[in-house]
Design a protein around this ligand. Structure first.
Ligand code: FE2
Length: 237
């Protein structure tokens, strides 16, 4: 996509900047499954860089939108690959942080019923989830999503996001980029996914997402941009 002059950008759009949401738990709270070092680098370096680059690209390009979900959709539809990659990775990582909890839990209620009817058991779903993430070639994400007709495990490549416009509600996501697990698990992606599934998966979050699909409450959204915040990069920098 050709860059446009920043003079074309409405002032209200030019001032928008997305923030890096804080982790929903302490930096030490996911030990021993994830070290503080991994969280510090993954959130404070990798995720932060996606948000910084997203803001820089938004300052250079004229996108008159104000939610990250809409930016992802527009960037994907217009072939703005760089903007899509950074917007989607900002979104995916925040969803991933929410998908984990220091308190190990089990699915309950309507979601537990849906898991039983789709996969037979939580254990069978776990095996399916771990196998999907382990066999995904290269970098990407493994997801548990809900559709109107049931649940599904899928993976997306690089910055890929489930098609939110197509009646898909993401419930949980696990990062299978090497930067997510290499410090703690080296090359053992299956070990990372197994520990994640058994100890970190946030079933209360998944249940809220599932409830939203059924019309109860709102799904998780990336925090709205803060219009008063200074952009992290000056246009054209
Ligand atoms: Fe990551």
């Amino acid at each position: 996509m050709a860059d446009r002059s920043t003079s074309d950008i409405p002032p209200e759009t030019r001032a928008l900047a997305f923030v890096l949401p804080p982790l929903p738990y302490g930096i030490e709270d996911l030990k021993p499954i994830l070290s503080a070092e991994t969280l510090r680098i993954h959130h404070g370096k990798h995720h932060a860089r996606y948000v910084e680059t997203l803001n820089r690209l938004l300052s250079e390009q004229n996108f008159s939108v104000n939610t990250l979900e809409e930016i992802i959709r527009v960037a994907l539809g217009s072939g703005a690959q760089g903007l899509f990659n950074n917007a989607a990775q900002a979104w995916n990582h925040s969803f991933f942080w929410e998908s984990m909890s220091p308190k190990t839990s089990r699915p309950s209620g309507l979601l537990a019923d849906a898991i039983s009817s789709t996969f037979g058991s939580v254990e069978a779903l776990g095996q399916r989830f771990i196998a999907e993430g382990t066999s995904h070639f290269g970098s990407g994400w493994v997801w548990l999503v809900a559709r109107r007709n049931g649940l599904e495990v899928l993976s997306t490549h690089d910055a890929g996001v489930p098609n939110l416009e197509d009646g898909v509600m993401p419930l949980l996501a696990c990062d299978v980029w090497e930067h997510a697990y290499y410090i703690d698990y080296r090359q053992d992606r299956a070990g990372w996914l197994t520990a994640w599934w058994d100890r970190l998966a946030n079933w209360r979050f998944a249940e809220r997402q599932y409830g939203a699909m059924l019309g109860h409450g709102e799904p998780w959204r990336y925090p709205a941009p803060e219009s008063e915040q200074e952009l992290l990069f000056s246009p054209g920098q």
